[in-house]
Design a protein around this ligand. Structure first.
Ligand SMILES: C[S@@+](CC[C@H](N)C(=O)[O-])C[C@H]1O[C@@H](n2cnc3c(N)ncnc32)[C@H](O)[C@@H]1O
Length: 367
């Protein structure tokens, strides 16, 4: 049994009446979760309450004691186990079934239903585990699709196949529409006026027209070479974005590949290339900032350039630029390119310097 360390303990801890209970806690075997939970609920938590230590803090404090053998999450599981099943001895299934239920299923009715299924179908503990896991996965899948597109929950948005409903197949530089849908979901509010000044194949418009959840956004699109009648003709670099100042809630900027240095000319100068790219970003970003309302947001897709010249960290440079324009960064998402493109590049590039295969979606807010 692990002993509680006595050396170099903070004074406050020495004075605590919880100290003697720690040794008892350490004496529980790992199979004895229910007994441990009972001890926590009946002895430890009431003692801590008398000392003015509440809720989660009690268990965290226990787990922080040097030499204490149970991590915080395990104490929490044991506490839940006893709280949900104080009469465990009268239950028909082995204890571990109830530990699984108490720690994996929040809802009482659902726990009871799993218990009935386990009895009726003579499940093993692995059957119960699998069923709970499958149900959880399908619940998440339902969550993801209930909005009508592939909603991402973390900041890595990788889509192997562009959603065919959004944008025009074969259009050079077309984004997987799922990226724009996620951006609209996270960064624009219901009823927002959305402007895509480099709309390409009209992906943003298609999403707002197709995805019911986002259909209350009002979309305006522009491009140098409009690909359909919904897109207005405009050269943003020369004449700016044809919208009034302070009238737009959300700008989505997906600049073309030719914004970036190519780095293959013999007289290539990284400093000049960097300055040229940043000049273009500055022009479109200034325009974006101009048309945004206070509190409005602008997302921009931007990529680090890498090559024999080294690295130009454009996401960093664009973040500085936006700050200068009075915009604060509120989001950073990684956008790996589609895997089949990455594979072809790897095969053809041989030993040439590593190239970039991940763009970033940076989002800024006008304060
Ligand atoms: C990467 S594509 C946008 C793709 C779009 N997001 C889609 O999913 O189809 C960039 C677009 O910017 C447009 N473009 C390039 N320079 C421009 C300029 N100066 N003003 C307006 N649009 C420009 C190009 O015609 C191209 O359609």
């Amino acid at each position: 049994m692990a002993k509680v360390a006595t050396a170099a303990k903070p004074k406050a801890r020495q004075a605590s009446s919880l100290e003697p209970l720690i040794e008892r806690l350490n004496s529980f075997s790992a199979d004895n979760y229910w007994d441990l939970g009972k001890f926590l609920v009946e002895r430890v938590i009431p003692t801590a309450l008398k000392e003015g230590i509440f809720g989660e803090h009690v268990l965290k404090r226990m787990a922080d004691v040097p030499g204490f053998k149970f991590p915080h999450h395990m104490l929490r599981q044991c506490q839940m186990f006893y709280t949900y099943y104080p009469e465990i001895r009268n239950r028909p299934l082995p204890e571990m079934f109830y530990f699984e239920l108490a720690t994996k299923v929040d809802d009482t009715k659902k726990r009871d239903s799993y218990e009935r299924m386990a009895i009726n179908h003579k499940w093993t503990i692995s059957d119960l585990h699998r069923k709970i896991r499958e149900d959880e996965l399908s619940r998440r899948e339902d969550e993801r699709t209930k909005f009508g597109f592939d909603l991402k929950e973390r900041n890595l948005w990788s889509f192997d196949i562009p959603d065919p409903r959004f944008g025009k197949a074969g259009y050079k530089g077309r984004l997987p529409g799922q990226i724009v849908a996620n951006a609209l979901f996270y960064y624009s509010s219901p009823g927002a006026v959305v402007v895509d000044p480099m709309a390409g194949s009209g992906t943003t418009g298609d999403i707002i027209e197709t995805v019911k959840y986002l259909s209350d956004r009002k979309c305006k699109m522009y491009d140098l070479e409009p690909s359909d009648a919904r897109i207005g003709r405009a050269n943003i670099l020369q004449t700016g974005i044809p919208e009034q100042s302070g009238t737009v809630d959300y700008v989505f900027l997906d600049p073309p590949a030719d914004f970036y240095p190519r780095g293959d000319a013999s007289d290539f100068s990284p400093a000049a290339a960097r300055a040229e790219t940043m000049m273009k970003f500055k022009t479109v970003a200034r325009e974006g900032a101009r048309i945004l309302k206070q509190g409005g947001r602008m997302s921009v897709i931007v990529e680090t350039s890498t090559g024999s010249f080294g690295v130009i960290d454009f996401p960093f440079e664009v973040s500085i630029l936006m700050k200068e324009l009075g915009l604060t960064i509120i989001g950073k998402v990684y956008l790996p390119r589609r895997t089949e493109i990455a594979k072809v590049r790897a095969q053809t590039d041989g030993l040439r310097p590593m190239s970039s295969d991940c763009r970033e979606l940076l989002t800024f807010e006008k304060s």
